[in-house]
Design a protein around this ligand. Structure first.
Ligand code: GLV
Ligand code: MN
Ligand code: MN
Length: 422
C-alpha cells in the first residue's frame, strides 16, 4: 500500500482473531485441527461477547446492548448530530467453525478504531462497531436474527419465542448470558453500513484476487421437515407394507440434485444438512425423520419456482411412500443487491492500495443484507485458503488476506465518516 494511506496493524488484528478463537475451541476429529464452537447465546458466546466488549471499552467506545442482545460501540465524531457510519458482523459460530467467519468483520472494525485512535484521527461523523445476535441460525433456526430484528424484518416477539433443540427459549438464554439489554431493538438507520467477511468460497483464491467487491447476497430459504411414516421390524415388515420416513427423506435429497441438474433453476444450491431418523436403530424401519432443507439462489424468481416445485414433490412422496410430510419455513430472505455507489468506493480504494479486485456475489447470508433495507450497505470479501472452505475448522485466511480487506474498509470508512452527504 502507498505510505500516504492509513493502515491497520495486521499482527494485532491476527492476534485478536486468535484470542477470540480460543473461546469455544475444541479438537475436531474429522480434520485433526482445533475448531471453534461458539453457538449463539451459549456460555462460550457469552464469554466471547465479554472479551469483545472489554476491548470496546478499552478503546474508549461507548457500548450499548439492545433488547435482542446486539452490541453497539460508538466512537464520537466531531458532529454528534450526524448519523454514524456502522461497521459490523457477528461473533457467534456454527458448531464446527474456524476463527474467521464473522469475527474478521468485528475484530477488523475494532482494529480500525484502534488505528484511528493511535493516529489521533478524528472523523466528522461518529463511527459505530456492532456485533449481532445469532447470525448463524444454527441453534435457534433463523439466520441473521439480531440484525433482522434491528432492521425491522423480524419482530422481537418472534425472536424471543424461538427455541433450540432442547426446548430452551431464546429470551431466557439471552438473559442467562447477561446480554438481554434494554436499548430499543430498532436501530436508527446509520449513514452507511460496511462489513468485511471471508469469502467462504473458492472464487477469489482460485483467481489470485486480493479483494472481493460484493455485489449482493443471494436468496435463502430454510425449511424444517418432519416426515412421519411407520416404524416396524427391519426383517419382518414386507417391503410393500412399509412407510419408511428415511426413504422419503432420501427421495427429497436426490430430487434436489435432479432439480439442479435440469438447469431450470439457474444457480440454485441445495443442502439437506440435518436428517435424523427415529428411532435410529439398525433393525427398525425409521418411523420418523426430522430434516432441514437449505435452498440458495441469486434469482428471486427461480428461488420461488424451486420452492413451488419442491412442495409439489412432497405431495408425490407422501403418496409413493405412504408418509406424511410436515414442513415449516424457518428462514426466508430475498436476493439483496448492495449499494452501487459504495461498491464503486470499494473498487477505488482497492485500486489506490494496489490490490487486485473482483465483483462477487455472496454465497452465504450476512448481517449487511439486513442493513441494506434501511441504509446504503456494502461488503468487502477476503480470500480464504483451501478453496475458501468455511463452516469447517480448516477455514483459514492469512494475515495479509485479512488486512488487505480491512485496510480497504478503513479507507472507505474514512471517506464516508468525513462526508456530510453520501
Ligand atoms: C450463514 O453463514 C449462512 O448459512 O449463510
Ligand atoms: Mn458469517
Ligand atoms: Mn457462517
Amino acid at each position: 500500500m502507498p505510505d500516504s494511506l492509513t493502515r491497520i496493524n495486521s499482527d494485532r488484528l491476527y492476534a485478536a482473531l486468535d484470542q477470540l478463537g480460543q473461546i469455544g475451541r475444541y479438537q475436531d476429529e474429522e480434520t485433526g485441527l482445533q475448531g471453534v464452537c461458539r453457538l449463539a447465546l451459549s456460555a462460550e458466546d457469552g464469554e466471547g461477547r465479554r472479551l469483545v466488549v472489554g476491548w470496546m471499552k478499552e478503546l474508549g467506545l461507548e457500548v450499548r446492548v439492545d433488547r435482542i442482545g446486539n452490541v453497539y460501540a460508538r466512537r464520537a465524531g466531531r458532529r454528534a448530530d450526524l448519523k454514524p457510519v456502522m461497521l459490523g458482523s457477528h461473533i457467534d459460530s456454527v458448531p464446527t467453525a474456524g476463527r474467521f467467519d464473522g469475527c474478521l468483520g468485528v475484530l477488523g472494525a475494532l482494529e480500525i478504531v484502534r488505528s484511528l485512535n493511535e493516529h489521533k484521527i478524528e472523523t466528522l461523523r461518529p463511527v459505530e462497531v456492532a456485533f449481532f445476535t445469532d447470525e448463524e441460525g444454527c441453534r435457534f433456526g433463523t439466520d441473521m436474527l439480531g440484525s433482522a430484528v434491528a432492521c425491522g424484518r423480524l419482530s422481537l416477539d418472534y425472536a424471543y419465542e424461538l427455541k433450540d433443540r432442547d426446548g430452551l427459549r431464546l429470551r431466557d438464554e439471552l438473559e442467562k448470558i447477561g446480554f438481554l439489554g434494554d436499548c430499543d431493538e430498532h436501530v436508527t438507520p446509520p449513514h452507511a453500513f460496511l462489513e468485511c467477511h471471508v469469502e467462504q468460497g473458492p472464487m477469489l483464491i482460485q483467481k489470485g484476487v486480493e479483494v472481493g467487491v460484493v455485489s449482493g447476497v443471494q436468496s435463502i430459504s430454510w425449511q424444517a421437515l418432519t416426515i412421519v411414516g411407520k416404524s416396524g421390524h427391519a426383517g419382518a415388515t414386507p417391503m410393500d407394507l412399509r412407510a419408511d420416513a428415511g426413504v422419503a427423506a432420501s427421495m427429497i435429497n436426490l430430487k434436489l440434485r435432479e432439480m439442479i441438474a435440469t438447469g431450470h433453476y439457474g444457480e440454485m444450491r441445495a443442502t439437506m444438512g440435518a436428517m435424523t431418523p427415529h428411532p435410529g436403530l439398525v433393525n427398525i424401519v425409521p418411523g420418523k425423520v426430522e430434516a432441514t432443507v437449505d435452498l440458495r439462489n441469486p434469482s428471486n424468481e427461480l428461488m420461488q419456482r424451486s420452492e413451488t416445485d419442491l412442495l409439489a414433490f412432497y405431495e408425490e412422496v407422501q403418496k409413493r411412500e405412504k408418509v406424511e410430510i410436515r414442513w415449516r419455513q424457518t428462514a426466508r430472505t430475498p436476493a439483496v443487491p448492495f449499494s452501487s455507489r459504495l461498491q464503486e468506493r470499494i473498487v477505488a480504494a482497492a485500486e489506490r492500495a494496489g490490490l487486485s479486485h473482483q465483483s462477487i456475489i455472496a454465497g452465504a447470508g450476512h448481517d449487511a443484507q439486513e442493513f441494506a433495507a434501511i441504509c446504503p450497505a456494502a461488503m468487502v470479501f477476503c480470500p480464504g485458503e483451501y478453496d475458501g472452505i468455511s463452516h469447517n475448522p480448516r477455514e483459514f485466511s492469512t494475515p495479509k488476506q485479512c488486512s488487505d480487506g480491512i485496510n480497504v474498509l478503513l479507507e472507505v470508512l474514512l471517506q464516508l465518516a468525513n462526508q456530510e452527504d453520501l
